[in-house]
Design a binder for this molecule. Sequence first.
Ligand SMILES: [Zn+2]
Length: 482
Amino acid sequence: MDLLPAPTEPSEALKSPVVEIETVDMVADAVAAPDPEVSSELDTDSDDSDAWETLSDADDAIQLLRDDQLRDGLVPGACTLDEATAYRQRLHAIGKAAFVEETIARETVTAKKLCTAFGIAPPAFLDGAPDEAFHPLLAIAISREFSRRPKLPQYNTIDDAVKLLRESKNVIVLTGAGISTSLGIPDFRSKDTGLYSRLEHLGLSDPQEVFDIHIFREDPSIFFSIAKEILPTEKKYSPTHGFIRLLQDKGKLLTNYTQNIDNIEANAGVLPEKMVQCHGSFATATCMKCKFKVSGDAIFSDIKDGTIPECTACQKSIAEDALKPQGLKRKRSANGQQKSRKDSDDSSDDEDYDIPTPGVMKPDITFFGEDLPDEFGRRLVHHDRELADLVIVIGTSLKVAPVAEVPGILPRNVPQIYISRTPVSHTGFDIDLLGDCDVVVSELCRRAGWDLQHHMIPADEKVEVTPVEGYESRHMFRVIGA
Ligand SMILES: [Zn+2]
C-alpha cells in the first residue's frame, strides 16, 4: 500500500480504499510513518498484541481531533460536529463498503474532510496532495470508527454510574495491573514506573522478552531473576479488590476477568468460580519436560531466592534410572529413532536427552507465544455474553488482545464504565471515571450507600469529582482531605 498512489482512472482509484478498509483493521503504521517503505509493513501479519501496540503508537502520531474542536469550528476545512455525528451514524447503519460508495465514490465529500469526521486531522506531510492520497488514511479512520463500540448516549454522569451499579445484576469486571499498583506491585506496561524499566540491566532488547516463551525455553534464568518482583509475598489486597469482593457479596458479580497474574483476588475472597485469570497465575506451576503440576507454593521459596525451580518428578525418575544397571543406555533408543519431544508426555520423555536433567518448573502464567487458557473465550462467549448487564473496566489500558477485545465482543446495549488514571481513545466507554481506582471505587460505593471497608480508605475521606472539559461523560476523582 502506497501513501501517495499514482493518480489513475477515478474508478480505479476508488477501488483501493474499499479493499484497504478490509485489510488494515487496527494496523495504522502507514499514518504514523510518512516513509513509504515503512508503510509496506501494513501487509505483514502481526499478532494481536502487536497490532494493539501499533495502534496505540499510531494514536500518538496521528493528530487526533476531539469532538469539542469540531464543535467549536477550530479546525479549518473540517466537518462540523453535527456533520461528523451524521457520518458516524451513517457508517454504523450501512457498513463500510456502502458508506464508501455513498461518500467518496459519489464525490459527495472529499476524503480529506471525511477523515475529520472520524477524528483524524489531515497530516501536514499530505498538504497539497491530491485527494486520493488521503484514501489510506480514510480507510484507517473508517476502520477505527467502525470497530469502535458506539457510546450509549443515556449514560454520562456519576449518578448514572451509581444507578447502574445499584441496579445491575450481572456485572463483568475487567481488571489490569492498575488495581495492584497501590500494593507496590509494579505495572507491567508503564514505561517509567513499571517493571519494564527495571529490566534494562538484563540486556533485553525488548522487555517483553521476559515473558516470551521461546526465550524462557532458552534461558529461564532471565524470568526467574525478576519473578520475585511480581510475586506477592503477603496476603494483602487493595480497596479495588475489595470492591470486586463486595460485588460478589451482593450477588452482582458475573465474572472478574483479570489480566493480573498476582492472584491477589484470592486474598480478597473472590471465589475461583467467579474469576478468569486471563493470563494465568502463580497459583500453580508445571514442568516444562514432563508436565508434572504442583501448587505454586511449592516453588515460591525458589522464586523468592531468584533460583530456577526444578521438577521433583523428573529428579525422582532420573535418580531411579541412575540406579538401574542399564540406566545410561536408555538415554538413546536402540533403533536411533527419536520421539517427538513435543508430543511425548509420558515418563519416557527423558530418553530424548543425552544428559539427564530435570525439567524447569514454569509458573502457569501465560507467556507471549502461548495460548490463553481455554476458559477465557468459552466463558465469555457461551456464558457471560447473554447475561452481562454492566461492564466495569478497571486499571487497564486494554492494549493486550484478546482481553482488550472483550468490550467489543459484548452486546452493544450493555453499558460500559471505565475506571483508570488516563482515558483510552481506542474504544468507546459510556462513562469514564478517571483517577486512582481505589479512590474512584470508594467514592462510588459511598454514593451507592455501600459499605466498602478497607484499612487503606480513611473513614472520613473526602473526594472531589470534577468534569473533564470537552467531555460530558468524563469525570476526574481527587482526594481533597480525610
Ligand atoms: Zn518434570
